[in-house]
Design a protein around this ligand. Structure first.
Ligand code: AMP
Length: 591
């Protein structure tokens, strides 16, 4: 039987080979995608019926990039919608699409569906194996151990045409590949399926923690998809550790767990263990009274070797707290991908999250790169942070130090699709570029897996201000927002300056309206699970935004150039806003 170590060597050997030949592999990947999907409606529309098999690689790439346009999700949405409605003729792929994933962000205020195929689950398995292989060189783990994984599948539902819709992670956790991953990496998640797919953040987290402690001596590492979840889970633990200890002592399950399947499965796994309970109790008392919970993870999971999750990009604000809980344990930043396609693997797991880059996996998709140049004079507080763009280049032509937006052509039917992520090429792994994630373009509000752009926010505020005008004699004069990542759980705060009189009840309704009007699936799921708290509306006194403008103009140029930033982390601006807040409301939606 293959050992884990031999498996690691195989998968690293494979990756070294494809990265060495990344440019050639990219051409082959494009050819495979186009051959597999030859004759689908979308490709025929742009490429006609020309026989690509006879073309050499260079001609094929030129032919493809000169005829197929660069698109965004909105352009492909009509095709995806037809698939969702049950149309079975080959529109984007020859392989029938039966499952759709919800990608983050919205298209014209609607949730974004992208096709999910077997290839999607297979590449997830492949990158997890690859990642585990690189990690094991830095932090080897014991075979047969457990992972305390804070993972949440979210609910799946059906489209009108009978296709299953859910997050890519929900599909993955339900797939054969997830089981295979546990078997091939010989590391098993502490929680069973019934906990992973429970759908309630509080109840799932409680059980993850309880089972994590139940199996504490076997836990080899702690993980989650995004580090926000680990931070949330342990700050929740600070409040409920006594209840967990009581459950471990008695082999019982707290009445806060009401989901019947979850209760039954967890109760079947645990046994009364008074000595473990008193050991945990002792440690927690010391952590609580003397250590401010510093080093919680290694104290409670003494065999844990590291913590792994996505810690880059919008997760950087949580690093401080994560390091606090991790104490001396290394933080291993997980890989880079999206619902549309996995992109790159962290081949340097020893690096701190601030320095992590991702080596592009050239077999997963065909990647193109739009060179971006920052606008020089609009980088201050009032800037929309956008770039000047140039013509996209293939992987073979990317330059060190250059920033790009990624464009994907995938096996799942997305052709020259703008992902919206800004990356910088910071090095090369053999022949494949290493990317540093900069940020999601146009993204302003994000706490967890939620991603909302300025347009999304504008739409949400428009809806609520229409409600305000219908129900009162007041109107919204100006607004801004912030993602409060310090609060527990984090939540969105929207500041309004209004003209005219509005009763509290009407403003409360507006607050609720805004909370439900964010339809980005990442937000909806996080709100349903309460991993993001209720949206807060803060009404500021008249003239506040004038003060903000004056203050900013003082710093950054002419008043006629000034645009109120629709989201801010600027402490000067937040101080003005908070000092001028006269009313606060919390949304009652999702209760
Ligand atoms: P989703 O489409 O919901 O799966 O979200 C994918 C997006 O999350 C990517 O396009 C990035 O913006 C962000 N993301 C994924 N992985 C990472 C990572 N390792 N570092 C930073 N951001 C990431």
């Amino acid at each position: 039987m293959e050992t884990v170590e031999a498996g690691h060597d195989d998968v690293i050997g494979w990756f070294e080979h494809v990265s060495e030949n990344a440019c050639k592999v990219q051409s082959e990947t494009l050819r495979r995608i186009l051959e597999l999907n030859s004759g689908v409606e979308y490709l025929t529309k742009w490429l006609g019926t020309v026989d690509i098999e006879k073309m050499d690689d260079y001609t094929l790439e030129t032919h493809f990039t000169s005829l197929v346009p660069i698109v965004s999700h909105a352009d492909l949405d009509p095709y995806i919608q037809r698939i969702a409605d049950g149309e079975t003729s080959p529109l984007l792929t020859q392989e029938p699409i039966t499952v759709l994933s919800l990608s983050s962000g919205t298209t014209e205020g609607r949730q974004k569906y992208v096709p999910f195929t077997r290839h999607s689950a297979q590449t997830t398995l492949q990158i997890f194996r690859l990642s585990a292989a690189y990690r094991s060189r830095f932090c080897p783990i014991r075979e047969g151990g457990r992972i305390l994984e804070f993972i949440y599948a979210g609910k799946e539902f059906m489209t009108q045409g009978g296709l299953t819709v859910g997050t890519a992670t929900a599909h993955y956790y339900a797939s054969e590949e997830f089981k295979t991953k546990q078997e091939t990496t010989k590391s098993f998640t502490c929680s069973p399926q019934e906990v992973i797919s429970g759908g309630d953040f509080g109840q799932c987290t409680y059980c993850h923690l309880l089972l994590g402690l139940h199996y504490s001596s076997q836990v080899e590492f702690v993980a989650s998809a995004f580090s926000y979840t680990i931070v949330q889970a342990f700050s929740f633990f600070e409040d409920i550790w006594r209840e967990i200890c009581a459950d471990i002592k008695e082999g019982n399950l707290n009445s806060r767990i009401t989901l019947p399947k979850m209760r039954k499965t967890v109760l079947a796994l645990i046994r009364p263990n008074p000595s473990l309970a008193s050991h945990i109790e002792e440690i927690c008392m010391e952590l609580e009274s003397n250590l401010g919970w510093f080093g919680l993870i290694p104290k409670l999971w003494p065999n844990a070797k590291f913590i792994s999750s996505i810690m880059t990009g919008s997760m950087l604000p949580y690093l401080k707290k994560l390091r606090h809980y991790a104490g001396s344990l290394p933080l291993v930043s997980a890989d880079y991908g999206s619902t549309e396609s996995w992109i790159g693997v962290n081949v340097d797991p020893h690096l701190p999250p601030e320095d992590v880059t991702f080596a592009v996996i050239p077999t997963f998709s065909y990647f193109e790169f739009i060179p971006l140049y920052r606008r020089q004079n609009e980088s201050d507080i009032g800037s929309d942070g956008d770039f000047v763009e140039e013509k996209p280049v293939p992987l073979s032509q990317v330059k060190l130090g250059q920033e790009y937006e990624l464009v994907l052509t995938t096996f799942t039917g997305l052709y020259r699709y703008r992902l919206g992520d800004v990356v910088e090429v910071t090095g090369f792994h053999k022949g494949t570029p290493k990317l540093s994630f900069i940020y999601r373009r146009k993204l302003i509000l994000t706490i967890n897996i939620d991603k909302n752009t300025e347009k999304d926010l504008q739409r949400v505020v428009d809806k609520a201000s229409q409600l305000l005008s219908r129900t009162t004699r007041a109107e919204v004069v100006d607004f801004t927002s912030q993602a409060d990542v310090i609060a527990r759980p984090g939540h969105y705060v929207i500041y309004w300056e209004i003209r005219g009189e509005a009763e509290d009840k009407a403003l409360e309704e507006c607050c609720r309206e805004m909370d439900t009007a964010f339809v980005d699936y990442g937000y909806v799921v996080s709100r349903r699970m309460n991993s993001i708290g209720p949206l807060e509306l803060r009404v500021v006194e008249r003239g506040t935004f004038g003060k903000v403008a004056e203050r900013c103009v003082g710093k950054c140029g002419g008043l006629n150039q000034f645009k109120t930033p629709r989201c801010t982390t600027n402490s000067v601006m937040l101080n003005i806003l908070d000092d001028s807040t006269i009313k606060r409301f919390r949304s009652s939606a999702y209760n």
